[in-house]
Ligand binder design. Structure first.
Ligand SMILES: *Cc1c(COP(=O)(O)O)cnc(C)c1O
Length: 436
């Protein structure tokens, strides 16, 4: 039987998948209503199973920076697929993509490709522990580094959306080795290193937080993390799964001029196919098997289709960096500021945090600089806003604690339509002062 329409598909999905989804953030529990089922995407648009069109502001949660079905990526994947989807042996494409990556990220001397950001961060932490011979890991509240046991502590994103403090199924003994500190608080980092002298293997951070909503580092914060980890001989890991190739070709480390010891990449690096990477200083990476004693592996790591999509996507970004990043900045500023201006006109309290082509409209009047301040947001107002925008054909990420993304395919017309839709959404907003 052919099942058609989002509602019918949703009923079937709820029978088959916990919560009807294969990743929790795809569910609409935090904003109400049911998620549309996607049939196809092209450029800035998605079409659902009922034939409705949406302007896409989540871009597969980051990868689709060149828009959906980017022609060069589609062709590259088709060509690669015709030569077989996987070999489990080395191919030239892995080196081709790796060369593009190390050119964009000079801090990466050697790297490994894996299939998801979760694998990249988990592996980076393992090799950091092997390098230092230490156990503890510092992460920051509201930062999400995938769902490996040790990193699922105060982890932002879906965990924050659904109000889960940690995760069931993570043994206390493992969670205990992860020190979760407030973001943008240098004193907290100093205190942790003082308490755990010579016991902290690494500090892992989203240099611009995306998974508690968008939060930029305070002036001097990343510099302080760099100085403290260097002094304490701990490994500084920049998790640039979201920010890499988005904030600048060379990610947040290029934008802020900081050289981490290790970097994790994902999302854009695979152009929408399952692909991620971790890398850094050669003396650390050389501890990996078969050279060293730290084990890490993957049947589909460096998969030919993922490499093809990655080369097409990253290759385009490298070639056109001088036009792509200024364009992304301009259209992102236009839509982020345009919607913020409509909120101000309607008297809706809103804090807009933006870093290049990622941002969050927080429904609060408190400046947002860490997870605690992000949590002052009125999530019920966000949910109403989200529903109204969706009804008007604008698909935002379905959580206050996520960043909004756009790509080079978003045209000025789309931006104007989005701002107009926001004006309609805010006009019916209950916190709008009565105009008499
Ligand atoms: C998305 C994300 C991850 C996890 O990547 P997956 O491919 O979903 O496992 C890790 N870190 C950051 C910063 C992310 O945004």
């Amino acid at each position: 039987m052919k099942i058609i329409g989002s509602r019918a598909l949703q009923e079937r999905a709820e029978r088959l998948f916990p919560g009807g989804v294969n990743s929790p953030v795809r569910a609409f529990r935090a904003v109400g209503g049911d998620p549309p089922f996607v049939e196809r995407g092209d450029g800035a648009y998605l079409w659902d199973a009922d034939g409705r069109r949406y302007i896409d502001y989540f871009g597969s949660w980051g990868p689709m920076i060149l828009g959906h079905a980017f022609p060069a990526a589609v062709e590259a994947v088709q060509r690669a697929a015709a030569r077989s989807a996987s070999f489990g042996a080395s191919t030239a494409a892995e080196g081709d993509l790796a060369e593009l990556v190390v050119k964009a990220f000079p801090s990466i001397e050697k790297l490994r490709f894996v299939s998801s950001g979760t694998e990249a961060t988990m592996s980076a932490v393992r090799v950091a522990r092997a390098f230092t011979g230490r156990k503890y890991v510092i992460k920051f509240e509201g930062c999400y580094h995938g769902h490996s046991d040790g990193l699922l502590v105060k982890a932002g994103s879906g965990v924050a959306t659904f109000g889960i403090p940690g995760s069931a199924g993570v043994p206390e003994e493992i969670a205990h080795l992860t020190l979760a500190l407030p973001f943008n608080d240098v004193a907290a980092v100093e205190a942790a290193f003082a308490t755990h002298k010579n016991e902290i293997a690494c500090v892992i951070v989203e240099p611009v937080v995306g998974n508690a909503g968008c939060i930029a580092p305070a002036a001097g914060y990343l510099e302080a993390l760099r100085a403290i980890t260097a002094r304490e001989e701990a490994v500084l890991i920049f998790d640039e799964v979201m920010t890499g190739f988005r904030l600048a070709l060379g990610g947040a480390q290029e934008l802020y001029g900081i050289t981490p010891d290790m970097t994790t990449l994902g999302k854009i690096v695979g152009g929408g196919l399952p692909c991620a990477a971790f890398g850094g200083r050669a003396e650390i990476m050389n501890l990996l098997a078969p050279l060293g004693p730290a084990y890490q592996a993957g049947t589909l790591s460096g998969n030919p289709l993922a490499m093809a999509a990655g080369i097409a996507t990253v290759g385009h970004l490298v070639k056109h960096r001088d036009t792509v990043y200024p364009l992304l900045e301009n259209i992102s500023a236009a839509v982020a500021d345009g919607v913020a201006a409509e909120a101000a006109k309607a008297g809706v309290p809103m804090v807009t945090n933006r870093a290049g082509a990622m941002w969050t409209w927080f429904f609060t009047s408190t400046p947002v600089m860490d997870f605690a301040t992000a949590a002052t947001s009125d999530t019920a107002s966000f949910a109403r806003f989200h529903r109204s925008m969706l009804e008007q054909g604008v698909w935002l990420p379905p959580s206050q604690y996520e960043a909004v993304f756009l790509g080079t395919a978003h045209a000025m017309d789309d931006i104007h339509q989005t701002i107009a839709a926001a004006a309609v959404a805010f006009a019916s907003h209950p916190s709008r002062p009565n105009v008499s």
